[in-house]
Design a protein around this ligand. Sequence first.
Ligand code: AHG
Ligand code: MN
Ligand code: MN
Ligand code: MN
Length: 338
Amino acid sequence: DQDSKVNTDIITLTRFLTEKQHDLGTHATGDFTLLCHALQFSFKSIAYYIRRATLINLIGLAGSSNKTGDDQKKLDVIGDEIFINTMRGCGKVKVLVSEEQEEAIIFPGDGKYAVVCDPIDGSSNLDAGVSVGTIFGIFRLADDAVGDAKDLLLPGTELVASGFTMYGASANLVLTMKGGAVNGFTLDNALGEFILSHPNMRIPKKRSIYSVNEGNTMYWDDACKAYFESLKNPKEENAKPYSARYIGSMVADAYRTLCYGGIFAYPADKKSKKGKLRILYECAPMAMIMENAGGQAVTSQMQRMMDVVPEHIHDRSGIFMGSYDEVEKVKQVYANFG
Ligand code: AHG
Ligand code: MN
Ligand code: MN
Ligand code: MN
C-alpha cells in the first residue's frame, strides 16, 4: 500500500541546488552552488562537534570575549574557525563577517560573494543542551566592490540567500533565495546528506504565541509594554491570552515561530538602546526567511527590517518578526502611541 512505499526519489540539498541553479538561469555559473556545498559542510562539521561537545570537553568558556562583548564559548570559537576555513577553502568568497571576528576577513582570490555568519547562535544555552544554531547570509559583491567590510553595509534586500541551521533533535537547515520560497532540509546522519523535508514553508498568518525575554520589561518603552500587556490581558470580550514561549536561542525561537506562527521580539530598550541582536548576521537573514515565508519583520521604530542599512558590521537593531497579522498588531499599537 501507499504509505509503506519507500521514497527512492530523495531530493538532497545538492540536487535541490543543481535544479535551482537551472532556475537561476544561464548567469548561474555554479559558484553559488559550490559556496552552498561549503556552507553545508560547515553545518555538518559544527553539528558533529556540538553533539560530542560534552564528551570531548568542548563545553564551557573559551576565556575570551568578542567585539559585541559576548563571552566566547569554546564552541563559538570552533564554529567560527570551521566557517572561516570552509569559506576560504571554497574559493568563492571574498569577504566574511562573523560575530566572533572583530574585523571582516578578506580572502585572497577573486571570490564574487560576501558571507555574514553567526557561527553558534544561542551559545549561552549550549552547556544546558538547549538547541543552538548557525545563521548565515550571502551577498553577491558588486563588480566594482573593493572587497572590504564597507561592501557589506547593505540592507537585507540585497541578500541573494539567507538561512540558518538549528542543531536540535536533528540538524534542520532552513534556506531561502532572494524573492524565493523557504525550504527546510533535515540532515540524515547515516547518509551525511541534507534531505528536503519541508518544501515551501509558509508561516501561519496568525497564532497566539509570543516570544520575548520578559525579564527586560522594566527597560521597554511604553508602546512595547502596552503591546505585550494587550496579549497577556486582552480587553476584548471572551478573548483568551496568548501563550508565552521563549527558548533564548534566536534560531530555535525563529524555527518554532516559522513552524507554528506567532511573534518573536527582541525590542530595543533602555538597557540595549539599539537592541541586542546584530543586523547583518541575525536580524536581516531571519527577516528574509520570515518575509519569504509570508510573514514580516520590523525594527523597534516599526521600519521594515530588510530596509535597514547597518552603520558597521556589528551594528544592532530591535526586532519584531513572525506571523503577518501578529506584526500588524505591533504596528497598530505603536501607531496609537504616535
Ligand atoms: P549569540 O549566542 O549568537 O550571541 O546570540 C544570542 C542571542 C539570540 O540567540 C537570542 O535570541 C538572544 O541572544 C537571547 O538574549 P537574552 O538572553 O538577553 O534573552
Ligand atoms: Mn554571542
Ligand atoms: Mn546569535
Ligand atoms: Mn553567536
